[in-house]
Unconditional design. Structure first.
Length: 415
């Protein structure tokens, strides 16, 4: 209730189970139970919020004035579904506690989600529901005080590969050159050798340009650097490379710098803590924010480990290859552990767009249409738009000019 009313609608709420206190209250009030007490605003409750543990729930999707909803209520309820139970189901990631087959990287498959199956993944339905509920409450309580949140855009830059050719070390550079020669990639050979003589020409080294763009457009930006040992899925520049360390320090002068946790740290909290400690030593400040490689999140284990590692905020909640709202909301929220039946001290920032989700679209026009649609949904609820772009993709020359796409994003959606 504090999240839905307080954070989304700016309404302070008090909860009571005492009938006499409720009846005495002369201002706006809601009965959330099986039966109304008098003629107050009534929402018939589903059993979900009164249960403990996890059970396989039967969910039927219905419609509330053009918006999908579930956990339908009877005719006496002022709205046709239990908005609180439905919101909890999505925000807690209840469905991810249920048995499911994970993908190759141990992730919850997007196609298993209720939002994907019923085609409301691209709508922040929780926020939409709450604004529709506010409209209904204002009809009955015109003097209800509320404070609408303001739309905000945050650009997240993922830096899991800071340089394509530069600062790679002798053995890795020689091995890369040999592979390019064997596979007849002569363009890469020329580019690789050119970068060796002038590291500033490295295609992934676009940090000065990005910082300049952010300053020019007054964009709130965050850079998540991977700072890990080399492994199968973690191939950034060595953490002992002084030029890499200097890059991180220089970016930290202009933007928030935090940790892109490595693939190996996902299942090893000691590695995670060590990466956090090392990166903190480079920027000389505590590391509070984190993102996991490949957007790997296992509910609730991942957030337990982030709490144990003293992270306070996470930016991994979303899908790599699908645009939309994994938790059904565009508003940051505190994680609730259903196994422990308690709220955990970590804030989750759900992102809507990962650049790899745009790769399936044919051209920049289609990308613009898709992003415009998401942007319009967020503007309606004064939501938070977070996009994830990697310096690696922005530096590649492909059929789509990704840097141009990104420049358009920060110009159009930072208002």
């Amino acid at each position: 209730m504090k999240h839905l009313f307080g954070k989304i609608l700016g309404i302070e709420v008090t909860l009571t189970t005492k009938v006499e206190d409720f009846i005495k209250h002369s201002e706006a009030k809601i009965t959330y139970s099986k039966q109304p007490l008098q003629n107050e605003f009534f929402i018939r409750s589903n059993d979900l919020l009164y249960q403990q543990g996890i059970s396989d729930l039967e969910i039927n999707i219905s419609d509330w004035d053009g918006t999908p909803c579930f956990f339908a209520t009877g005719e006496r309820s002022n709205i046709p579904f239990d908005v609180f139970a439905a919101s909890f189901y999505l925000i807690s990631r209840y469905e991810e506690y249920l048995p499911h087959v994970k993908d190759a990287h141990g992730r919850y498959p997007v196609k298993e989600s209720l939002a994907y199956k019923y085609k409301f993944l691209e709508k922040p339905v929780v926020d939409i529901w709450m604004y529709k509920l506010l409209a209904a409450l204002l009809e009955q309580f015109p003097d209800l005080e509320h404070k609408r949140q303001t739309y905000k855009y945050t650009s997240v830059i993922d830096v899991t590969t800071s340089h394509c050719y530069a600062h790679r070390g002798l053995l890795r550079s020689a091995g890369g050159l040999l592979l390019d020669l064997v596979t007849l990639k002569f363009k890469r050979v020329f580019q690789r050798v050119s970068v060796w003589f002038n590291p500033k020409k490295d295609p992934y080294n676009n940090f000065d340009h990005l910082i300049s763009l952010h300053k020019k457009n007054n964009v709130k930006s965050m850079f998540f650097f991977q700072f890990a040992d080399y492994s199968t899925f973690d191939k950034n520049v060595s953490t002992s490379n002084n030029k890499f360390r200097y890059l991180i320090k220089s970016v930290a002068d202009y933007s928030v710098v935090s940790l892109a946790a490595s693939y190996n740290s996902f299942s090893n909290i000691e590695i995670l803590k060590e990466e956090k400690r090392k990166l903190g030593a480079v920027v000389n400040r505590p590391i509070k924010y984190v993102r996991f490689r490949y957007n790997r999140v296992e509910i609730p284990t991942t957030y337990k480990e982030l709490v144990d590692a003293d992270f306070s905020e996470d930016f991994t909640m979303g899908y790599t290859h699908c645009i939309g709202f994994r938790a059904g909301t565009c508003s940051p929220f505190s994680f609730y552990d259903i196994h422990l039946e308690s709220q955990q001290p970590i804030k989750i920032h759900p992102f809507a767009v990962h650049n790899y989700a745009l790769g399936s679209l044919k051209n920049e026009k289609q990308i613009s249409i898709k992003l415009d649609s998401v942007y319009q949904e967020l503007k309606k609820v004064n939501g938070k738009l977070i996009t994830i772009f990697s310096n690696e993709l922005l530096g590649k020359k492909q059929r789509i000019n990704w840097m141009r796409v990104y420049e358009n994003v920060i110009k159009k959606y930072n208002v």
